[in-house]
Design a protein around this ligand. Structure first.
Ligand SMILES: *[C@@H]1O[C@H](CO)[C@@H](O)[C@H](O)[C@H]1NC(C)=O
Ligand SMILES: *[C@@H]1O[C@H](CO)[C@@H](O)[C@H](O)[C@H]1NC(C)=O
Ligand SMILES: *[C@@H]1O[C@H](CO)[C@@H](O)[C@H](O)[C@H]1NC(C)=O
Ligand SMILES: *[C@@H]1O[C@H](CO)[C@@H](O)[C@H](O)[C@H]1NC(C)=O
Ligand SMILES: *[C@@H]1O[C@H](CO)[C@@H](O)[C@H](O)[C@H]1NC(C)=O
Ligand SMILES: *[C@@H]1O[C@H](CO)[C@@H](O)[C@H](O)[C@H]1NC(C)=O
Ligand SMILES: *[C@@H]1O[C@H](CO)[C@@H](O)[C@H](O)[C@H]1NC(C)=O
Ligand SMILES: *[C@@H]1O[C@H](CO)[C@@H](O)[C@H](O)[C@H]1NC(C)=O
Ligand SMILES: *[C@@H]1O[C@H](CO)[C@@H](O)[C@H](O)[C@H]1NC(C)=O
Ligand SMILES: *[C@@H]1O[C@H](CO)[C@@H](O)[C@H](O)[C@H]1NC(C)=O
Ligand SMILES: *[C@@H]1O[C@H](CO)[C@@H](O)[C@H](O)[C@H]1NC(C)=O
Ligand SMILES: *[C@@H]1O[C@H](CO)[C@@H](O)[C@H](O)[C@H]1NC(C)=O
Length: 593
């Protein structure tokens, strides 16, 4: 993800071929100047991210085009604003699904750009633009934004920040439409599954206030940089979930491949360091309430841009957000006073973009709830580093673990409910540098278990838990050739493996996802321009959610889809349906999922 500063840095201050060894991927970011030029009448290429479709009711949506804008020279300027009004002429106001649609076209040459979409400061989408081609490209992102229902019921201001640069070389303007589609509930379904009552009643923005320029995210520049936001919650809250948005750029764009400082110093290198481990720490009034060990999103220009055309990298068009259950802490913040949420990033280098949305459920039967944090443990990071190097060759093994757990009760008209929230993380990264630093192999795994138990007044224990694994394998071989030309050979595998379970007493429900990408390719780069190259990407997506399943096996090579198999029937038909049935098992606000 290139920003202006970074561009200047690597194009002018850091002559590419003076760093003979250890080539940080993001410093090698090159552009596809000599990409095969399709014939003039070739229609724009459709780019996409493989993901399961949003389960929609069979009703006709009420659609609104909220913003239409051409993002040309927008770098470090103010976001683009538009007015949002709830749909007024819709036959029904009982919506069961609300979908945000980002649709864009671009033509020419352009770097990948990070962007954000906010509604009155609440972030709805964090995403990365696709890189255009001379014949033009088109792509769209559909995101289920039903969880922001309470916000969408009032007039609001939509803001989009997409920092783009236009000049003689970088000609790609992004033509963008942002729409919202409201799907009325199906009337014949008396099923209370469709009710929206279980989403948060209030969503507070934990983002930057009215910026004059740039995005509404906070920018975290180094490991000691903490960004704080004051907030105040209504005194009748009974549940709270903090949804955190994260993206990493410039020196930390490929943090998982950053060498240790010891290695950099010993070899007199000038590449981004601090090793390959990062953690986002979230605090309230200085107490750690949870952490985020982010998924390794690779942007559309990352590693080798040819790999991500037309199938983009997992999460790059819709970066994941991370939920932290903070209900146990409500007792500390129900006093009607102002409190502070803080973010910092362990080992951070410039720059991380972070903000959050605080989802709050209110007790409509009372003006005051009360609560208490009973137990809180945040065990410090346990880090082990084994490093063995001689010159530029070496092996580095980093292992880290951490857990955060908190228990607290809240008494509301629902009764006196105790909530326990537990996060457990484990990380391992093996980095091998060979051939005097020209070969780098990274093997990384992040494991994250997240569990929330609630003990209701009837003493039934409701539990929600998820187990996530983010595997990453990265192989890069830099082969210097004559005449300012090099060949970069890369293999990448990345994925999201996730299992979720929900239970109430003896009732039980589960869903699973395996989403894996294998990509390999090479490119010949001359003076920062890609002269030729190949990119092959294969992806297997397998979601099982009870009654709803989605399976896709797809492969592409040099812009061409080689095969694409889609299935959406479940092999074994379980009774439960994760997407809808959950609200019966989780009565106190299903917004968690
Ligand atoms: C629509 O919602 C309103 C208010 O929530 C409710 O009174 C009404 O019964 C709902 N109508 C249908 C058809 O569900
Ligand atoms: C945006 O909407 C306008 C008006 O409907 C349409 O002409 C234009 O083609 C759309 N652009 C994109 C990128 O979808
Ligand atoms: C919302 O915006 C519409 C259109 O500008 C306006 O007519 C209406 O009065 C606004 N509603 C509120 C509650 O401000
Ligand atoms: C870290 O970043 C903050 C915010 O820009 C800055 O004030 C501080 O001096 C930086 N610290 C170091 C050690 O560079
Ligand atoms: C690094 O630089 C120092 C001082 O400039 C020099 O003494 C040392 O030999 C260099 N080490 C290597 C590995 O190039
Ligand atoms: C990050 O914030 C947490 C909570 O306030 C604090 O314990 C930790 O020391 C901070 N980390 C750094 C490096 O400042
Ligand atoms: C709520 O329940 C907890 C744990 O059972 C108990 O310690 C606390 O005193 C109760 N609070 C009230 C207000 O009854
Ligand atoms: C997560 O839970 C699974 C299954 O109980 C366990 O095997 C794994 O070790 C746990 N991982 C962490 C990081 O706690
Ligand atoms: C590093 O490894 C390469 C082979 O991979 C070898 O040719 C070179 O001599 C090694 N360098 C050192 C300093 O050991
Ligand atoms: C090196 O590049 C220059 C400029 O692109 C070209 O004129 C020259 O023929 C090349 N030399 C070799 C040996 O490839
Ligand atoms: C890279 O991928 C290719 C094609 O899948 C495979 O043949 C090769 O062995 C891989 N190399 C490495 C080092 O992973
Ligand atoms: C992709 O391009 C490379 C190099 O031009 C070529 O060898 C390969 O066959 C191409 N793949 C397909 C599927 O066309």
């Amino acid at each position: 993800m290139a920003s202006l500063l970074h561009l200047l840095f690597f194009l002018f201050l850091q002559p590419l071929f003076s760093i003979a060894n250890v080539h940080k991927l993001n410093q090698l970011r090159s552009e596809l100047i000599s990409q095969p030029t399709p014939l003039n009448d070739t229609p724009p290429t459709l780019y996409f991210e493989v993901t399961k479709p949003i389960k929609l009711p069979k009703t006709k949506p009420c659609s609104q085009l909220i913003l239409q804008h051409d993002f040309a020279y927008t770098y470090r300027k103010a976001p683009v604003f538009a007015n949002y009004h709830p749909p007024s002429n819709c036959p029904s106001q009982n919506f069961s699904k609300i979908v945000l649609e980002w649709k864009a076209t671009s033509k020419g040459r352009q770097f990948d750009r990070i962007f954000g979409v906010w509604l009155s400061g609440v972030e709805l989408l964090r995403s990365c633009t696709a890189e255009p081609r001379p014949n033009g490209i088109v792509w769209s992102v559909e995101k289920d934004i039903t969880r922001y229902f309470s916000l969408l019921q009032k007039n609001q201001t939509l803001a989009v920040y997409l920092g783009n640069l236009i000049d003689k070389t970088y000609t790609g303007v992004y033509h963008v439409n942002v729409s919202i589609h409201f799907y009325p509930a199906e009337e014949n379904l008396i099923d209370h599954d469709q009710k929206l009552a279980s989403w948060a009643d209030l969503i507070l923005p934990i983002s930057r206030n009215l910026p004059l320029k740039d995005g509404l995210w906070f920018e975290i520049e180094n490991s000691t940089d903490t960004k704080l936001k004051e907030f105040e919650i209504p005194r009748n809250a009974y549940r709270a979930v903090l949804e955190v948005y994260v993206s990493f750029h410039e020196n930390d764009e490929s943090w998982y491949a950053n060498p240790t400082n010891e290695y950099i110093a010993a070899n007199n290198l000038s590449v981004p360091g601090n090793g390959p481990f990062r953690e986002v720490v979230v605090s309230i009034d200085g107490h750690v309430v949870g952490a985020v060990w982010p998924f390794t999103v690779i942007f559309t220009g990352g590693v080798n841009p040819l790999l991500w055309r037309p199938i983009t990298a997992i999460g790059s068009y819709d970066l994941p957000s991370y939920d932290i259950e903070i209900t146990p802490f409500l007792g500390n913040i129900l006093d009607g006073k102002s409190h502070k949420i803080g973010f910092n990033v362990t080992n951070a280098l410039n720059v991380w973009y972070i903000d959050a949305n605080l989802h709050i459920w209110l007790d409509k039967q009372s003006r005051r709830t009360e609560g208490q944090l009973v137990k809180h443990t945040s065990l410090p990071l346990v880090i082990s580093l084994v490093s063995d190097f001689k010159g530029l060759n070496g092996t580095f093994i980093t292992r880290v673990s951490r857990s955060v757990s908190s228990t607290g009760w809240v008494k509301s008209s629902n009764g006196n409910i105790t909530t326990q929230s537990i996060q457990k993380f484990y990380y391992s990264n093996t980095m091998v540098m060979g051939n005097n630093g020209d070969v780098q192999i990274v093997n990384q795994n992040i494991h994250f278990n997240d569990t929330v138990h609630i003990m209701s007044p009837s003493s039934i224990v409701h539990s929600l838990s998820s187990h996530k694994t983010f595997p990453l394998y990265l192989y890069t071989d830099y082969l210097e050739q004559k005449n300012n030309t090099y060949l970069l050979v890369t293999n990448v595998s990345l994925g999201v493996i996730e299992k979720k379970t929900a239970s109430a007493g003896s009732r039980f429900m589960k869903s699973s996802l395996r989403n894996l990408q294998n990509a390999e390719g090479h490119m010949v780069v001359k003076d920062n321009l890609v002269v030729s190259g190949v990119g092959n990407t294969q992806q297997m997506y397998r979601y099982h959610g009870g009654k709803f399943c989605y399976f896709r096996n797809i492969s592409s090579s040099n812009y061409t889809i080689l095969y694409d198999k889609v299935e959406n029937t479940c092999n074994n038909k379980p009774k439960s349906n994760w997407d809808f049935g959950l609200r019966r098992l989780w009565p106190f606000g299903a917004g968690f999922i």
